[in-house]
Ligand binder design. Structure first.
Ligand SMILES: O=C(O)CCC(=O)C(=O)O
Ligand SMILES: [Fe+2]
Length: 489
């Protein structure tokens, strides 16, 4: 689960640095050994050359009769050989094995690579990244030296395919072919790639025609084909029309989500004209001296962003105390998901209790002031705060937080690119800003779920994303949030 959080990746980075240091030592001693062997052999061959030059090649007596030769021969066998032996028996690799065993949890495994590959494809899909740019190490204007080989591209193509991104699979496989043609030491043959490309094109076209998921012919292709159950990730031939599609199909929710993640505006100016920014103190004494800056993101459902709810130092402290407690985030009722990798939510989470640090209590109280809701954890009016750290391409696909009444989400870091929290059914998108918070009610005043609160966390394209979630419960708020008998509100 390493790919799921940036904090873990820092440890992995340090581990690799340590391993490289050890490897450097291994290399040096191996080189010394090789030099030693080379010198020994050189000396031996020089002497045997001398022997070969004697008149009678089978007659070594002349050689043996020379006491200096004898001295050297005996010295080589008595001293140098035992030295060589001792040196060769010394195992330089032990130190490496030691590290590998003691850091087993930190060493990436195949699942991690799969997660990282899928994250790349997801980023590509979400942010419309160009395949060739990515292969050359350019991620949306951020250049790096980490270009991809033909084999890497093939790997990404297979992962794109296995996760239903058929259009991207084709692009990656085509990229793999052009890379393979350019590579001097080919990392994979064009024939091998073509094999996958043909399949990807066939499935892609069948999906477009709608015949794929009824067509059992592909079952014979084994693990290569996975029925994702929907075609939402099919990229090619998608309409480019961009406006908020208020429908009940998850296909359009997903399309809205992706568009919002990219920063596209899905609401018209008229729809946004009623949204306001203001300072508010909600009549609370604490806030009278220090009103909080609010920006309305949506009126129905009511979604607001509070700015500067937390100082940068406080955010850093929360990250510090949460980091050692991080474990892979979970999602409720996961279906359709094979293997251990939860592709719907890739992040790591830690729950902070008020007794963990005085700051937790302080922030709890502040959330209570700005929302007007009780955040009393002891009486179960509110869950303990859930901090989450997103890793490479980390995201949380559109979902509901129901069961709970209100929700505040505090942003703990500035994310350089991507990572917005978006509401595909209302067309609102909130950009991560350190110390700010988003607040909305998941339930209507009449107590029923508000389906418009569907929301998702867009994949982080660059940077680190930390959030803290407060799930404030329905219980305990009856004197704080007015109820309604109206079916609609
Ligand atoms: O991180 C985000 O932006 C949203 C997270 C979220 O919705 C959740 O954890 O329930
Ligand atoms: Fe959520």
């Amino acid at each position: 689960d390493l790919f799921a959080s940036t904090e873990n990746l820092q440890h992995v980075l340090l581990l690799e640095r340590q391993m490289a240091g050890v490897l450097d030592g291994v290399l040096k001693t191996m080189e010394l050994k090789l030099d030693y062997l080379r010198n020994y052999l050189k000396e031996y061959y020089r002497l045997s050359h001398e022997i070969a030059n004697t008149k009678n090649q089978d007659d070594y007596s002349e050689f043996i009769e020379n006491p200096l030769h004898v001295f050297h021969m005996i010295k080589r066998l008595a001293v140098e050989w035992s030295g060589i032996r001792q040196m060769m028996l010394e195992n330089d690799w032990d130190r490496v094995e030691e590290i590998i065993h003691s850091e087993e949890d930190l060493l990436p495994r195949d699942e991690d690579l799969q997660g990282a590959a899928l994250a790349l494809v997801r980023l590509q899909y979400t942010y419309n990244l160009n395949t060739t740019d990515m292969a050359q190490g350019r991620l949306s204007g951020i250049n790096s030296i980490s270009g991809l080989t033909a084999r890497d591209c093939l790997y990404l193509g297979k992962h794109a395919f296995n996760n239903g991104y058929y259009g991207h699979a084709i692009e990656w496989l085509e990229e793999a072919i052009s890379r393979a043609n350019l590579e001097r030491n080919q990392t994979v043959s064009v024939e091998e790639i073509t094999l996958f490309l043909d399949i990807a094109i066939r499935v892609h076209d069948d999906v477009l025609e709608g015949s794929y998921f009824n067509n059992h012919a592909y079952e014979t292709l084994g693990h290569l084909v996975r029925d994702t159950g929907d075609t939402k990730r099919l990229r090619r031939n998608l309409s480019t029309e961009r406006k908020l599609r208020r429908t009940d199909t998850s296909f359009f929710d997903y399309e809205n989500y992706v568009a919002l993640c990219r920063g596209e505006r899905l609401r018209t100016a008229r729809e946004e004209v009623h949204l306001r920014c203001r300072y508010t103190s909600r009549g609370h004494p604490y806030l009278i001296l220090q009103p909080v800056k609010v920006e309305e993101q949506s009126l129905d459902p009511y979604i607001v962003q509070f700015y500067d709810l937390m100082t940068s130092r406080e955010a850093d402290t929360i990250q510090e105390i949460a980091t050692p407690m991080l474990t892979r985030s979970r999602v409720q009722g996961q279906k359709n998901l094979e293997d251990e990798v939860s592709t719907v939510r890739t992040s790591k989470t830690a729950w902070l209790k008020p007794e963990d640090h005085p700051i937790v209590d302080r922030i709890n109280r502040r959330v209570q002031y700005v929302t007007g809701l009780s955040t009393d954890v002891q009486n179960y009016h509110c869950e303990t705060v859930q901090t989450t750290n997103y890793g490479v391409g980390g995201h949380y696909e559109p979902h509901y937080d129901f069961l709970y009444i209100g929700k505040t989400e505090e942003q703990l870091t500035d994310v350089t690119r991507g990572g917005a929290t978006v509401f595909p059914k209302v067309g609102a998108g909130v950009w991560p800003l350190k110390g700010s918070a988003v607040f909305w009610y998941n339930l209507k005043k009449n107590g029923t779920e508000d389906n418009l609160t569907l929301h998702g966390a867009c994949p982080v394209l660059h940077g680190r994303k930390w959030v803290a979630n407060y799930w404030i419960r329905e219980k305990g708020q009856m004197l704080r949030r007015p109820c309604s008998l109206n079916q609609e509100e």
